[in-house]
Design a protein around this ligand. Structure first.
Ligand SMILES: Cc1cc2nc3c(=O)[nH]c(=O)nc-3n(C[C@H](O)[C@H](O)[C@H](O)COP(=O)(O)O)c2cc1C
Length: 182
């Protein structure tokens, strides 16, 4: 099963690439690291609403294929002005059916609030798109720095593993339990 790990920050000098790479590392072979900075998505330029599935632009078709290939997603998002960044909202708005029914986790990070308000504002959007949120993890980035690099440590590693395990469980079809023999 492929878990798409989406780096939402597109800012030069961002820390989001380090957090995304860490999450993808925890996901192992099943992780697909998706960097919004490399997707080449402009501000939404599709004439039709994504629910029609009629995509006029090549960048939308590429984005659609990438997300369609994921069974679950983790959005790695910074907090900007008490919310999640416009880059992520724009990327979400480009698609519709590709998001629906997929389990999703949020890893939010930031300054004073550790990304809590970013996660809080993102969740209703994910629910609107028909995704199934299974958990949020907050990272107070400045507490995990060594020589300017992100060093998560055991507690965050185990938090990440727990989120990924929950996502995997949410994508596993429930096998009916046969009745007990009398
Ligand atoms: C435009 C902007 C707005 C920000 N607003 C907040 C905020 O409201 N709350 C917060 O805790 N941190 C805020 N920060 C700090 C960021 O969360 C922090 O710089 C983080 O590293 C940004 O992620 P990035 O480096 O991956 O882009 C803001 C940073 C930027 C660039």
């Amino acid at each position: 099963m492929t878990v798409g790990i989406v780096i939402s920050s597109t800012r030069p000098g961002r820390v989001g690439d380090q957090i995304g790479a860490w999450m993808a590392g925890r996901a192992g072979a099943g992780g697909d690291l998706i960097d919004l900075a490399e997707q080449g998505l402009p501000l939404l330029d599709e004439p039709e609403h994504a629910s029609t599935g009629n995509y006029a632009r090549a960048h939308t078709r590429r984005w659609s294929e990438r997300i369609a290939g994921c069974a679950a997603l983790v959005f790695v998002t910074p907090e900007y002005n008490s919310s999640f960044p416009a880059s992520l909202k724009n990327a979400l708005d480009f698609l519709y059916h590709e998001w629906r029914g997929k389990p999703v986790g949020v890893v939010a990070y930031g300054g004073v609030s550790s990304g809590g308000r970013a996660a809080q504002s993102l969740l209703p959007v994910l629910v609107h798109l028909g995704m199934i949120p299974v958990g949020t993890r907050l990272v107070r980035f400045r507490d995990h720095l060594a020589d300017g690099r992100f060093v998560p440590g055991d507690a965050l590693d185990s938090d990440a593993d727990d989120l990924l395990a929950t996502l995997r469980r949410a994508t596993t079809p429930v096998v009916p339990v046969p009745p007990l023999a009398s």
